[in-house]
Unconditional design. Structure first.
Length: 216
């Protein structure tokens, strides 16, 4: 399972859900033609590479979680940039849920362009270093035209939400959990229906909440 040189896959091709927590693993096993859910945690030097994009292109993968695997998306921006527009139009991308602690490589314009029509739920969290969203990351977030549910979890140093959330008209749910450095909620989406705030002690006021809000 940990060998990067073997092309043998230890899993049956009928597999639909896979959880990996293997420190020595360097590449994803393949083929996995029917995989719909992939959860990766603490896999050290594991790199998703072409296997991940093949899974996306096959049109079955709907849920992806990547946690404490810093090299998984390494090179993903370049890989996405190599997909020409015509090829992209003929692919059936179905990834609906993405959870990760890798803000920098996921919130990149080429990656977000490929996921823009399918991704409805994005969870960013478990990051103890990030203090703010860069301008490039905020612009990339706006590319996700199908996003409905945005979650930000356990970011100890994060001081603010992405700017311009009010300009993303599809967001209906926003959750902020365990982010003790966030001090205010500004420019919430006008389409917001559900807002969850849990252990954000620095937020002293909610400000002007959108009229669309149904759950708080």
């Amino acid at each position: 399972l940990c060998s990067s040189s073997s092309s043998y896959s230890p899993f049956p091709t009928s597999l639909q859900s896979l959880t990996l927590n293997v420190e020595g693993m360097e590449t994803l096993p393949s083929p996995l033609p029917n995989l719909t859910s992939l959860y990766i945690s603490r896999c050290g030097n594991l790199r998703g590479g072409e296997v991940l994009w093949d899974l996306l292109a096959q049109g079955h993968l709907t849920s992806l979680t990547v946690d404490e695997t810093p090299n998984f998306f390494l090179g993903s921006e370049q890989s996405c940039s190599q997909v020409d527009e015509q090829e992209y139009m003929h692919r059936s991308w179905r990834l609906q849920e993405l959870r990760t602690d890798d803000f920098a490589r996921v919130l990149a314009a080429p990656v977000c362009h490929l996921l823009s029509s399918s991704l409805t739920k994005l969870s960013l969290g478990w990051n103890t270093e990030v203090e703010c969203f860069t301008m490039e990351q905020e612009k990339a977030l706006h590319i996700l035209k199908s996003i409905e549910d945005l979650q930000i979890w356990s970011c100890e140093k994060l001081q603010s939400l992405p700017a311009g959330l009010s300009q993303i008209p599809t967001i209906k749910a926003l959750q902020i959990r365990n982010c003790p450095a966030i001090t205010s909620l500004r420019n919430l989406p006008n389409s917001l229906q559900k807002l969850v705030i849990f252990y954000c002690p620095a937020i002293s006021t909610l400000g002007n909440l959108p009229n669309s809000l149904q759950q708080l």
